[in-house]
Design a protein around this ligand. Structure first.
Ligand SMILES: Nc1ncnc2c1ncn2[C@@H]1O[C@H](COP(=O)(O)OP(=O)(O)OP(=O)(O)O)[C@@H](O)[C@H]1O
Length: 552
């Protein structure tokens, strides 16, 4: 955001301008021009009016741009526009014009975004001040460059005091935070950078995910939340103790075990936005990474996904995933992250063993959380989350008038089914995402989910065996030809990965109690229920692997 305050004092007759006339004319000619008609006091240097205004520019990609866009949308600033681009509503930024009342919106209007396309100025009043806004969209770069240059919003506030601008921005920021309470805002980078602040050029809004929808070993997620809260609240302590105010977490384990979901749930709980980068994006190099990290606002989460991607970490043989980020570039950024800004740094990886020890030292990574394949207890918890008594219709349910009898019957029966389901799922064999995929295929009928589970497990294992044989064959061929072939490490077939075949599938003794269920369905499609994982021990005689464990 750039602000240019004016210097000369003077009086303005703007509030006297007739609303309709001024707005119409303003839309055609621009506010500065219209206002000048009413303030034709000439100075040797030009019109006096120019000196009454403060101009501020908000560039797309900078967080302040989002605050202002949301504010202007809420105020319906663009309501007199006549030229729109229509987008189907998505999780992407929702801004433009709000049209119609509740009735019209529910009749279909709420399914689209109306984004004004033309870039003529709009005039509005805020707390007695006239403000003109202009929006210009990004433009296609000319060769030799490619992609878009960032768009921007320019505000001209007709006041002498910079404080008016500060107050305006603060109100926009507060409203933005308020508005975002029910969701998590995710910034990412999908293009190379062409200007200051244009790193975070993609914004998505996701519904908040309840912490207890994440199935982890008891206490793990609470411990992460507490740690993060302590860190945020103890900024002064860090400063006084001369310790850099930063905290780094590494979540590691097989794909589909809940690492990213944990970060989203945490962001929702703490009311933080996520700024996420994948090092495997072709355009991310040291300079980009540095710029990205330094443009993250206070109290946000900086997430680097697949931190094992950089070229230096031994993945040079996987050209598609190689990034041009160097170890020293990465360390520089991590060391610099959040100093006195309260930014939480998260990294995820499927291959902790491939990370350079320098990256893992305390001060850079302060906490490591290991994610594992699902245990019987995890399977049971997941089943219960899919089929909450409040939303599930069971076959053969008694037609009793008494709601209580229904409830009791369902709770008992669903508990039993969850247990049966968990017995059909081999320990430490599938990821939570895989089980979720299966349960989604029979989400309306818990009985069918249990009935079909053994067959599904058998089918999955058979397919894995076939894939493994196929891949072994290919490796053999490539070795015969003396080439490196697919010599990059294969995700999913190494030890402890979901591609492994189980040694023994031991159903073990039944669980003692059924899981507890709370709350009703949320509108997040695949996670319809808030649940607490059961506190009963998992199946199997041996000590089971935990869903996730915390190491310091
Ligand atoms: N422990 C878990 N608890 C609840 N849901 C889970 C869990 N693990 C995975 N899921 C579900 O599986 C899907 C993928 O999860 P997620 O993206 O968090 O996995 P990940 O470990 O980050 O995977 P990757 O390493 O590939 O990024 C999500 O829809 C999520 O709801």
């Amino acid at each position: 955001m750039n602000a240019a305050p004016a210097s000369a004092p003077g009086a303005m007759s703007l509030p006297g301008i007739s609303g309709i006339f001024s707005n119409t004319l303003t839309r055609i000619m621009g506010f500065s021009f219209v206002a000048s008609l009413f303030n034709r006091v000439e100075e040797p240097q030009g019109y006096l009016l120019d000196k009454y205004s403060i101009t501020a520019q908000f560039t797309e990609g900078d967080p302040t741009y989002e605050w202002i866009v949301m504010f202007l949308t809420e105020e319906n600033i663009w309501k007199r526009s006549r030229d729109f681009r229509i987008n189907a509503k998505s999780s992407a930024r929702r801004w433009g014009i709000k049209f119609g009342g509740e009735k019209e919106r529910s009749a279909g209007g709420d399914h689209v975004d109306l984004v004004p396309t033309y870039e003529l100025p709009h005039l509005f009043r805020w707390k007695g001040f006239w403000i003109e806004t202009k929006r210009n969209t990004g433009v296609m770069m000319q060769p030799p460059f490619s992609g878009f240059s960032p768009g921007a919003i320019t505000l001209t506030i007709y006041s002498l005091e910079v404080k008016v601008l500060q107050d305006f921005i603060e109100e926009a920021r507060v409203r933005y935070i308020e508005h975002g309470r029910s969701s998590v805002i995710l910034h990412s980078a999908s293009q190379p950078n062409f200007g200051p602040g244009f790193v975070w050029n993609s914004v998505k809004r996701k519904l908040r995910r309840p912490l207890d929808s994440i199935i982890l070993e008891e206490g793990v997620i609470e411990s992460i939340v507490k740690d993060a809260k302590d860190f945020i609240e103890m900024e002064d302590w860090y400063i006084e103790a001369g310790i850099p105010h930063r905290r780094g977490y590494l979540l590691h384990g097989p794909p589909g075990t809940g690492k990213t979901s944990t970060i989203h749930a945490l962001a929702g709980e703490l009311g933080m936005e996520i700024f996420s980068l994948s090092l495997s994006a072709g355009f991310v190099d040291d300079a980009f990474l540095q710029q990205a990290a330094s443009s993250i606002p206070k109290k946000a989460i900086f997430l680097i996904e697949d931190i094992d991607s950089p070229g230096y970490l031994g993945l040079q043989l996987m050209p598609l995933r190689r990034s041009s980020v160097t170890l020293s570039g990465l360390l520089n950024v991590i060391d610099g992250i959040g100093s006195e800004e309260g930014v939480l740094f998260f990294a995820t990886t499927n291959h902790i063993d491939r990370l350079d020890p320098a990256l893992l030292r305390p001060g850079r990574i302060d906490r490591k959380v290991q994610y594992n394949l699902t245990t019987a207890r995890g399977a049971q918890a997941l089943f219960s989350r899919f089929f909450p008594p409040s939303r599930t219709q069971l076959k053969g349910e008694p037609r009793s008038e008494k709601a209580k009898t229904h409830e009791e019957f369902r709770v008992a029966r669903l508990g039993q089914l969850a247990l049966e389901f968990s017995k059909c799922i081999p320990e430490n064999e599938f990821t939570t995402a895989e089980l979720q995929g299966y349960l989604l295929s029979c989400k309306t009928c818990p009985e069918d989910a249990v009935l079909g589970s053994s067959e599904w497990v058998g089918q999955e294992l058979k397919e894995r065996r076939e894939r493994k044989t196929e891949s072994d064959k290919k490796k053999g061929v490539s070795r015969l030809h003396g080439g490196l072939g697919t010599s990059g490490p294969e995700i999913g077939v190494g030890a402890g990965q979901p591609g492994d075949l189980p040694d023994v599938v031991a159903p073990g003794p039944p669980l003692a109690t059924t899981p507890s269920l709370h709350g009703s369905a949320s509108s997040v499609g695949v996670n319809p229920v808030i649940m607490t994982p059961p506190s009963t021990p998992p199946l199997g005689a041996k000590e089971p692997a935990k869903f996730a464990q915390l190491t310091l």
